[in-house]
Design a protein around this ligand. Structure first.
Ligand SMILES: *[C@@H]1O[C@H](CO)[C@@H](O)[C@H](O)[C@H]1NC(C)=O
Ligand SMILES: *[C@@H]1O[C@H](CO)[C@@H](O)[C@H](O)[C@H]1NC(C)=O
Length: 332
């Protein structure tokens, strides 16, 4: 099997396995849509609370982009994925209006809420429960309103009086629900175009990208290409093109620019500028970065750090070694 076929198999499995991730709901500082959906369905299946009309799911995305926002877990702040502030958390412990809910949490989930501390909310399940308790406390008799529009006002009224309700509205509407499917993939190729690669190597890199894309429904799978040597730039972003033909044409037109191999800069660029909502990355999609390089990075330590950083943002990094043999292998 050639490298491109192998990669296609990996990517295909990737999309399919996303619904069966290991349980991270009690793991401190876990993040991502899968964890959020696991917490939300766990809370909903416990039947402790009345229906929240998707509010809790939306709230996780509005407050921290499912924990993917870089400032979700920050020094001195423990509100977790649902960003439950300390004063609100204290209310969930002391308010007598929540007695019944706290009893049920003890009986059904074996969590004694009076012994939970604010810092426990770095565990997604605890953050979600705190958000649910607070929500039912402030919703009172009326319950949680139905529909994104009313929930936006409810959120402003009860949780973020200094922010515009429209923030909730816009973010909640970006959310696509359900498990990620195979084609729910944001795929970013990062191409080494440094002087250590010959121009034939660079051509085979482009050929490789094309042969991987051939196997996917481009449009549903969003694709971006980043090219780097001494500096980094995006040839196109995840939301630049919608069809395979456009993407292929753009890939064919990419010029090699020689220079040194700053893989660290390229990875950081992809994390900060490409896997962003503004540039077409979707909250529910699997995020995969494929690095095509000869491996001779200028700065190995910085490169490892950048790869680790990508991983903490929920981006899966694959490295493919570039040699002029890629195209032979790819065909064979
Ligand atoms: C991340 O969170 C910070 C602080 O809560 C906020 O200012 C920023 O807009 C958020 N980033 C995104 C991409 O929403
Ligand atoms: C929000 O607050 C305003 C003003 O107090 C009130 O009129 C409105 O009904 C509230 N909306 C929701 C959904 O809580």
């Amino acid at each position: 099997m050639g490298k491109s076929e192998l990669l296609i198999v990996i990517l295909t499995l990737f999309g399919q396995s996303l619904c069966q991730v290991t349980d991270q709901t009690r793991q401190p500082e876990a993040r991502g849509p899968q964890v959020v959906e696991a917490v939300v369905s766990y809370i909903s299946e416990s039947c402790i609370f009345p229906s929240d009309k998707l509010y809790l799911r939306r709230l996780a995305y509005v407050e921290s982009q499912d924990g993917m926002n870089a400032s979700t877990y920050r020094p001195g702040y423990y509100g977790g994925i649902w960003q439950v502030d300390r004063d609100k958390f204290m209310l969930t412990q002391t308010s007598s209006a929540l007695n019944t809910y706290r009893d049920e949490i003890r009986q059904k989930l074996y969590i004694d809420w009076s012994r939970v501390s604010w810092s426990d909310l770095t565990k997604p399940l605890y953050s979600g429960l705190a958000a649910a308790l607070y929500t039912y406390l402030v919703a009172g008799q009326n319950g949680v309103p139905r529909g994104v529009e009313y929930q936006s006002t409810f959120w402003k009224n009860t949780t973020r009086p200094n922010l515009d309700a429209n923030i909730f509205y816009k973010l909640a509407n970006q959310l696509t629900r359900g498990c990620s499917r195979n084609d729910n993939l944001d795929l970013v190729f990062v191409l080494d175009s440094s002087a250590s690669l010959s121009s034939a190597d660079f051509d085979s890199t482009k050929y490789f990208v094309g042969s991987v894309l051939d196997q996917f429904n481009v449009g549903k799978v969003r694709v971006s290409v980043v090219v780097y040597s001494t500096s980094v730039s995006a040839a196109f972003y995840l939301n630049t093109y919608n069809t395979k033909a456009e993407v292929q044409k753009a890939v064919d037109g990419i010029q090699r620019n020689a220079g040194s191999t700053r893989t660290d800069l390229a990875l950081n660029f992809a994390v900060d500028n490409v896997f962003t909502i503004a540039h077409g990355s979707r909250p529910g999609a699997a995020k995969v970065l494929i690095l095509l390089t000869d491996g001779k990075s200028e700065n190995r330590v910085a490169t490892m750090a950048a790869a680790a950083r990508a991983k903490t943002r929920g981006i899966n990094v694959f490295t493919i070694g570039v040699t002029s043999a890629i195209d032979l292998e790819g065909v064979g």
